[in-house]
Design a protein around this ligand. Structure first.
Ligand code: GLP
Length: 260
């Protein structure tokens, strides 16, 4: 796992966005895995800037979102469909038919989840997956205890997650209890992973993800199993890492490493 500790949220967002842009520039029909939550908003702002100012082209890009709340229609202001439209899609040129987001209103969740997995395969697999991390260490909605080989499925949200996400709703009772989410196994199949996290509230989860054992109790720790995972965090989110000196040392010495 490559650990990048950045001075600010802006810096980490820009660096993470650059990795995504590199993939699109190398492969114009790249398949992007997208995340919601407040963490990737800066990354999306930077992608929008690159699109508008530098001509970053999404016209052949295909996207798959990680998750969606069960019961929220696409036009609900707290749905992840709505979030993606507002924070990214309305400002870039990705064709509507190339966008995939799990349905929160399907009549048959099992069939939908199977279709979603199949669709990712048909599109050639995810080239780069953007991720945030929950304060309980989850990725997407893979709550503690989720199998590290899990696939897209319906999940019951943890109380902690419901409380964390209540800030976006009028009251905690309005937060859906269930979600449809890509599994940890699905996420691990992406060719490259990019996780962004900021703020002290994420410090414990970040330390467990990077330095703790690989465990289904912290599903983000599964990133340790991935050969090409990049983590971008700010000073606050990095504050509980014990190997801090080493991560700084690696970043400092990296430019001098022999070219492979
Ligand atoms: C939700 C999402 C996750 C996200 C997490 C953290 O639970 N399903 O994908 O990483 O929230 O959100 P935030 O970035 O707002 O802290």
């Amino acid at each position: 796992m490559e650990v990048n500790i950045c001075k600010s949220y802006e810096e980490l967002s820009k660096k993470a966005a650059q990795l995504v842009a590199d993939v699109i520039n190398q492969k114009p029909n790249a398949v992007l895995g997208l995340a919601t939550g407040s963490s990737p908003v800066g990354l999306y702002k930077e992608l929008i800037r690159m699109h508008k100012e530098e001509g970053l082209d999404f016209s052949q890009v295909v996207t798959f979102n990680l998750d969606e709340y069960v019961g929220l229609p696409a036009d609900h202001p707290q749905s992840y469909h709505y979030f993606m439209e507002e924070n990214l899609f309305k400002d870039i040129n990705v064709p509507k038919e190339n966008i995939h987001i799990p349905s929160g209103t399907t009549k048959n969740y099992k069939a939908f989840c199977e279709w979603y997995e199949q669709r990712i395969k048909e599109c050639g697999g995810i080239d780069i997956q953007i991720l945030g991390i929950g304060s309980d260490g989850h990725i997407a909605f893979n709550e503690p205890g989720s199998s590290l080989s899990s696939r897209t499925r319906l999940k019951t949200l943890a109380r902690q997650t419901i409380e964390d996400n209540a800030r976006f709703f009028d009251k905690v009772e309005d937060v859906p209890i269930y979600a449809i989410t890509m599994g940890v196994g699905t996420i691990l199949e992406a060719r490259r992973l990019v996780l962004v996290a900021n703020g002290e509230k994420k410090a414990d989860a970040v330390a467990k993800m990077i330095e703790g054992p690989v465990t289904s109790m912290i599903t983000a720790s599964a990133l340790q199993l991935h050969p090409d995972a990049h983590v971008f965090i700010d000073e606050d989110a990095a504050s509980k890492l014990t190997m801090r000196d080493y991560y700084d040392w690696i970043q400092e010495k990296k430019p001098g490493a022999p070219v492979q």
